[in-house]
Design a protein. Sequence first.
Length: 428
Amino acid sequence: MRNVLKGLAIATILASPALVHAETITIACGPEDDELKQCRKGAKDWAKKTGNQVEFAPVPLKRKDQFTAFKQQLSEKRPDVDVYRVDVVWPGMLAAHFIDLKLYVSDEVLNQHFPAIVQNNTVGGKLVAMPWFADAGLLFYRKDLLKKYGQNPPTTWQELEEVARKLQQAERKAGNGKMWGFVFAAKADEILTCTALEWIDSFGGGTIVGEDGKVTINNKKAVEALTTAAGWINDISPPEVREYEEKNALDFFLSGNAVFMRNWPEAWAKAKARGGKLKCEVKGKCEVAVMALPKGGKDGKSTGTLGGWHLAVSRYSKHPEIAADLVKYLTSPEEQKRRAIKAAHNPSVMALYKDPEVLNANPFYPSLLETFTNPVARPWQVTGRQYDLMSSEFFNAVHAVLSGSGTPEDKLKGLQKTLERMSNEGKW
């Protein structure tokens, strides 16, 4: 009997996937240095734990180039990459190429994540991607300067404009001629869709396209929002913001020459790397704080565009079950906690926003709960495969307004007509 049990034990060990069916899984992480570093750490920990091997596929630097490369690989049904890092707006355009992760992820696990993000990643009833880390626009500000001049953090865009102008003028008078009130990324690209959608939604101007597919962008609140934003250029914001990407805005802010900045939460890690105290070009230290974005007036709301990156398993993977296991590990509460502490990658697991160690590393996290519970989503689900084209039309129209080459009224009126033609009467 003992020999029989011994034989069964040996058979069980030999049948272990980690020992007998060890495979190599290839993942396409992000190209950014810190994100790639964190992805490599997590994936290698999984490999060590399971006995499988992991390789890292090269990823283009630009988001648009990433999408093009991934779409081509998937269209050719190539098995080269098992796990893809996908943007929050890609599920609708790439869903047909990904497996349904509900086959591998329990409802109990899914319920740990923000419902809005899980819903975002569900297409036609299929969970095509697991939330990896969340993003939403936030307001970073010079806490030391607001304290110096006796100002409170702004609750509306109008208050931000007033405080930014006052502190900008005071600092320039004090000798810092490079000081500006507010910097943000407004390059004619997807980042401007994110930024401008926050402005418009905060004023109550909708989400460009409604859930019913009808185009809604040409309205008075949207006009008011863009009129307000256009007025910042050359007043409290340098004209260069019209060519800024997120990194440009962050570099300018970290130089100590801006009072306020709109950016994604992981920008906190860049500031924290210097202990939260930034060396200013003039003198002294710059103390950074973070809060939710302002409302569009007293009757408006604070809103942040839903962003973030997620992990999907290719339908053409030769080892979908093992690839799904890697995804489950990388999106687990334990791994999300590690990355939140190390790199300020916002967890999609709700409980981590009350974790003492996470909050010690990211004290602004409590302010994100409402943002991630009720974010404003870009209308990719209703526009489907035409999302990128729709977004391009939108950010180009907004960029023209910021550049002074058209009024908000005219540009939104023209955009409404263009998108209506594109939508085929709401049937995207």
